[in-house]
Write a protein that binds this ligand. Sequence first.
Ligand code: 5CA
Length: 430
Amino acid sequence: MRLSKALIPTLKETPSEAQIASHRLMLRAGLIRQMASGIYAWLPAGLRVLTKIADIVREEQDRIGAQEVLMPTIQSADLWRESGRYEAYGKEMLRITDRHDRELLYGPTNEEMITAIVRDNIKSYRDLPQMPYHIQWKFRDEVRPRFGVLRGREFLMKDGYSFDLDFDGAFRTYKSIMLAYMRTFQRIGITAIPMRADTGAIGGDLSHEFHILAPTGESGVFFDAAFETGDALGATDPDAFYEQMTTTYAATDEKHDESAWAQIPPERKREGRGIEVGQIFYFGTKYSKAMNFAVTGADGQKFYPEMGSYGIGVSRLVGAIIEARHDEAGIIWPQAIAPWRAAILNLRQGDATTDTLCEQLYQALGADALYDDREERAGAKFAEADLMGLPWQLIVGPKGAAKGMVELKHRATGERFELPADEALAKVRA
Ligand code: 5CA
């Protein structure tokens, strides 16, 4: 994309409404704009990040046999009356009345809807297990929406649901989801730690939250150093993996156990703050029973499938990643989800030699590059490139361009290399 034509409205000033780095940087780098309290429009650069995260989430869900569906954002109140959650959900639910006075709501989550879909279409144990998921906007009328996309009212969630024959099957599914989540976060380029959690409004017996470490996180977290190094990620079999994850100490302040903590050698103890980017739940037959979803078993007897639900805050992740990865100058995107792989900085727009080399680099990188072709001073281009945080900057000035040389800067480390254009391109592509 050419920056001169792009809808990337960067800001020099710090917006006064933003209290934390990710919110400030998302506004300053032109990723989002607030449309109403806790409701954001995603502009091109922000949408590219959101889409890349969603794509990785999707690939890792598909890999474990989950099937993508797309349920609507608007749901019928009657569905929620079946589970008994319509009244219980309270003011966080945005309730809507249509022209025929029918009660609707903007979905905060989809346990009821997916249970109804599977109930109305699956009759036999032979058709289980099922693991549908979707990536869809949710609405929760949070009392205090804050920190930009970290606690919005409208937000993008990957929510998955599982239907198994029995407890063993459901527990195995739960473990395979945990493994898929850890792979997802690893591919995105961040460290996430699973921690035992309470089940809240979703209900059930077993739950884990996944936290990204960041100083501004809402929860205090205590964990074993094994999670830092990735050693805890060794196992590939879901049972062994779950065993490893749940026997290595990690807890939020709510669940922290001082006596277990005391057993950890001091050099392995880590304390910090975490942002919850995902949560998974096993709740047995809570919804299948309430909504009368029974299937016929091998013995001809009816039984209620065992269920779980599994969420990832896709839009929250964008903010959380920035909280974990930024510096004074701006965002430092992990390569896998950066809106573009490289920025091309033309330091002498209008000079035939620099223009030609920049155009060549831009052609070569195609959709992976953001070309700063504006008539701006070099200083302003450097500052904006650092603010936007693309992994690489290809800096092209007239002197170098005359010799076919560019300066390549690595945003994360600040390293700079003087290279012939083709070698710089090869490094960017590697
Ligand atoms: N139905 C279950 C799992 S599918 C569920 O709704 N779980 S949840 O309530 O924990 O939400 C899943 C994830 O959505 C959270 O871990 C969090 O990352 C994200 N999330 C929840 N509320 C918000 C919010 N107000 N703004 C941004 N992200 C949110």
